[in-house]
Design a protein around this ligand. Structure first.
Ligand code: SF4
Length: 475
């Protein structure tokens, strides 16, 4: 997938001027946080569970090579095959190789962010294989030739009228009087079209929410049931998963599942939680004849042992982006690659380079909400700070910003001068803005005053106030 992350600022400006997107965001923004809050309130041990989840993933990451080997051995014992892929190229070649060997013409696909990372649809199309998205949101995006804008609700950026317009444009046999008012109308249309595709598919591709080492099992959670049809009906099932999806045991997986659904959609459990171990056995009524797991590294092992290792605990619940004021304003496409929001602001520079994605960790107010809702207690703001440091050290940040930070650094190292200068600035700005109480334009603050007024400062500096409170014994 071609990254437009270097153009984040332009993407964001475009997103804020997009009336349709703003309407969709305003409608969907409050939904997930409200549901999560209610689910968490109903589970008194939620905080305890967060700590357990964190420890499970930390332990797994510390012993990742061990668990990967155990997993691969168990997949093979169950009759499946593991394909170790260091890069996206390796993974694309492995998927294509399997599809071509079985003469696949049509491939059905469940939702998988790894498949977005690989750009697998375009790759299959380039080799005359037709991929069909079966997740409802992914299906409409395929019709529109758009990437997902959210990791669990791919069509988060669309309004009902966008769905109808896309159906009418692609399904040219639709009667003119067919209505699309309720969600059910949309579902019925997609279901009718997809049913034939499920039956015609030669290969089914799914992602994996978890890979269980002790059993060699892949786990998917969905609310539509499309994942089950994708992986059980075709002759071949291919699982696309990155290495950090590993979990040691079934019991650990259940703990993480309890966190995932509550943090993601506010459900106690997703509607479908499906465990797949190897191909169909003699006594099974259905299932694929071949079961393959594409195990993708693509930069993740390089994160182990660094200040970004904690990011590999992520279980892709999307709570961080659902609560992020920046994501809620610009939507997911502005981030310019597969993973948006706070988790993307940390993961994307790790996977495609800070030179490509350095603007993303800067797109944060550091309000800390993402970390406070993350079920895996990932210190997202702290890691964004680390990326900002790296961007600065590598001279990737803009000249104006570097000069500004150097000036600020000079003052910050001289506290007496800093306090005097801020006092003078407060006094000067206060006097200049006293009449109107605000500035509508100000040198060096154009980025702020372009979209809003800057209130004229009143009273003392923070340091002066703090010292006064301390003297009075109130701080
Ligand atoms: S970083 Fe945390 S909150 Fe965000 S998707 Fe990952 S697990 Fe969920």
């Amino acid at each position: 997938m071609l990254a437009t992350s270097p153009a984040f600022k332009q993407n964001a400006a475009h997103a804020m001027a997009d009336g349709g997107l703003q309407k969709a965001l305003a409608r969907t923004r409050p939904t997930f946080p409200a549901r999560r809050a209610s689910a968490v309130a109903n589970l008194p041990e939620f905080e305890q569970l967060r700590e357990i989840g964190k420890q499970i993933k930390n332990h797994t990451l510390q012993n990742l090579d061990f668990y990967l080997e155990i997993f691969a051995g168990n997949v093979e014992r169950a009759g499946g095959q593991v394909h170790w892929c260091s890069t996206a190229d390796d993974a694309r070649a492995a998927v294509l190789g399997i599809c071509q060997r079985v003469g696949a013409k049509t491939v059905t696909k469940g939702k998988s962010m790894i498949s977005e990372e690989l750009g697998i649809n375009k790759h299959l199309e380039a080799h005359d294989i037709v991929p069909v998205e079966t997740d409802l949101g992914e299906y409409i995006l395929q019709l529109r030739d758009e990437p997902p804008s959210h990791i669990i609700a791919p069509a988060f950026h669309l309004n009902r009228e966008d769905w109808e317009a896309s159906f009418r444009q692609s399904h040219t046999d639709l009667p003119a009087d067919r209505v699309f008012v309720e969600r059910r109308d949309i579902l019925t249309e997609a279901r009718t079209r997809l049913r034939q595709k499920f039956l015609a598919a030669d290969v089914g591709i799914t992602g994996a929410n978890f890979l269980i080492a002790e059993t060699g099992t892949s786990v998917i959670v969905t609310n539509e049931g499309n994942g089950d049809l994708t992986q059980t009906l075709p002759h071949v099932h291919i699982v696309l998963a990155s290495i950090e999806k590993m979990v040691p045991t079934l019991e650990d997986t259940v703990s993480l599942l309890r966190l995932l659904a509550r943090s993601a959609t506010g459900q106690d459990f997703s509607v479908y939680t499906t465990f797949s171990t190897g191909p169909k056995r003699a006594a099974d009524l259905d299932g694929p004849a071949e079961y393959h797991v594409i195990l993708l590294d693509n930069g993740r092992s390089a994160m182990v042992g660094t200040e970004f290792q904690d990011m590999l605990r992520c279980i892709r619940c999307a709570a961080c982006m659902n609560h992020c004021p920046v994501y809620g304003t610009v939507g997911g496409h502005a981030y310019g690659w597969v993973y948006p929001g706070p988790m993307g602001a940390v993961l994307t520079p790790s996977l495609i380079g800070v030179d490509q994605a350095g603007q993303l960790p800067n797109a944060s107010t550091f309000c800390g909400k993402c970390e406070s809702v993350c079920p895996m207690k990932i210190p997202l703001p702290n890691m964004m700070r680390h990326w900002r440091e790296k961007e600065f050290e590598r001279h990737l940040s803009p000249q104006g910003m570097r000069r500004g930070l150097s000036v600020w650094g000079w003052f910050a190292r001289r506290p007496g001068v800093y306090r005097f200068a801020t006092r003078m600035a407060m006094w000067g700005l206060g006097a200049l803005g006293r009449k109107r109480g605000k500035f509508t334009s100000l040198p060096l603050a154009g980025g702020w005053t372009e979209g809003r007024d800057l209130p004229a400062p009143e009273g003392d500096t923070f340091f002066a106030r703090y010292a006064r409170e301390q003297r009075a014994g109130r701080a």
